[in-house]
Design a protein around this ligand. Structure first.
Ligand SMILES: Cc1ncc(C[n+]2csc(CCOP(=O)(O)OP(=O)(O)O)c2C)c(N)n1
Length: 363
């Protein structure tokens, strides 16, 4: 990958604080412990889901390992009223939006017909069509602004939108069109690109001759490059970008520089296209290790907290194993739920039609 120049970092890979000329952490010790807990639990969740796929319980899983800081740091910067649009890899974001891990598995087990309740979770996911949701997110953000739910100057109610996608998605037309509309209409949106260095087998360097963040300027977006393995920096830059978006200051593109430590999905074998030479470097930049080192060194994290957390992770994994096997097959009619916020006549018609077909099949 290209150098780590001009990357916002507040905690380096050895767990030492870094002074940045603009950003600082607004997080107290209990908030840092909470971020640490989140990252440990989502890594466990990810490990368990991968194992469930290997045991034939899930059709597929897209591992997030290595990207915990990017997802948790940004996800925890969101206010409840903000809205997130995510891809298939954003289990950490889903966690922050209150999706239960067993509920995440429904998608991957093929027992989920519809999206999550958007009004409750303020998350639309998992999007598999690369980049498509950037357009949905931009449209939603434009709507929030035009309908007076953003940019009013009321910091308690103004909302923002975040669209998550990868480095590969930066080459998609949908994403580039989103940038044009977001900049033109000064939509209250944050584009959060996790540059994990690979779009399946395509390295980022083959997709861009310049750091991805530099594209922001050409679109009229504000661009920030952050160390995606530094949860504190990810939180700080996202919080600031969201604040700006909510208050009418316009959109931002954040490039979080990170690494996909695992396979693209459980159907992928990365040894076919990467030689492993970067793995050791990125292991030394592990997002969880560096925060643990910092918290230990500052006596914020003690043995009791760690052993309670380990026990919590173990019981989460157990709950996922049991819950996954018990997931019910969905009612076929549930595919019509959560499609639109308001009732829709065409959908009602289709529901009735399917209902009568099912009744005949029952006969
Ligand atoms: C429109 C579209 N084109 C192609 C694909 C096939 N595809 C699935 S994942 C992927 C790579 C995406 O890479 P990136 O955006 O970097 O995200 P990452 O998987 O690394 O998180 C591609 C090309 C797709 N799902 N949708």
């Amino acid at each position: 990958m290209d150098g780590f120049d001009s990357v916002v970092q507040l905690l380096d890979s050895t767990g030492s604080p870094v002074i940045d000329s603009h950003y600082s952490s607004a997080l107290d010790n209990s908030s840092l412990l909470a971020l640490y807990r989140d990252m440990v639990l989502v890594r466990k969740l990810d490990e368990q889901a991968t194992a469930l796929q290997r045991q034939g319980e899930l059709g597929l899983w897209a591992p997030l390992i290595g990207q915990e800081a990017a997802q948790i740091g940004s996800g925890r910067a969101l206010a409840q009223r903000d809205y997130a649009f995510a891809t298939y890899r954003e289990h950490g974001v889903a966690w922050c939006r209150g999706i239960d891990p067993v509920d995440m598995l429904r998608f991957w087990r093929g027992t989920m017909h519809q999206a999550w309740d958007a009004n409750l979770h303020r998350l639309y996911g998992y999007q598999v069509i690369i980049g498509a949701h950037a357009l949905h997110a931009t449209g939603y953000a434009m709507g929030a602004y035009l309908s007076g739910r953003s940019g009013t100057g009321n910091s308690e109610t103004d909302q923002a939108v975040v669209a998550y996608f990868g480095d590969g998605a930066m080459s998609e037309g949908d994403v580039n069109e989103s940038f044009v509309f977001a900049a033109t209409y000064q939509a209250p949106i944050v584009f959060f690109c996790q540059n994990n260095q690979w779009a399946i087998s395509e390295p980022t360097k083959r997709q861009s001759r310049i750091p991805l963040v530099q594209r922001a300027e050409g679109f009229g977006l504000r661009g920030i490059r952050v160390d995606g393995n530094d949860v504190i920096a990810c939180h700080a830059v996202t919080a600031e970008a969201l604040d700006r978006a909510r208050s009418g200051g316009g959109p931002t593109l954040i490039e979080a520089v990170t690494y996909r430590m695992g396979a693209h999905t459980t159907s992928d074998d990365p040894t076919k296209y990467r030689d492993g030479s970067d793995d050791e470097l990125w292991r030394s930049r592990d997002p969880i290790d560096r925060l643990r080192i910092y918290l230990r060194a500052n006596e914020v994290l003690n043995d009791t907290f760690q052993s309670d957390l380990d026990a919590e992770a173990t019981s989460l994994a157990e709950r996922m194993r049991i819950g996954c096997r018990e997931l019910p097959d969905p009612d076929p009619l549930s595919m019509f739920e959560n499609v639109y916020c308001a009732p829709d006549a065409r959908l009602d018609e289709q529901r009735s039609e399917l209902k009568s077909i099912l009744a005949k099949m029952g006969d």
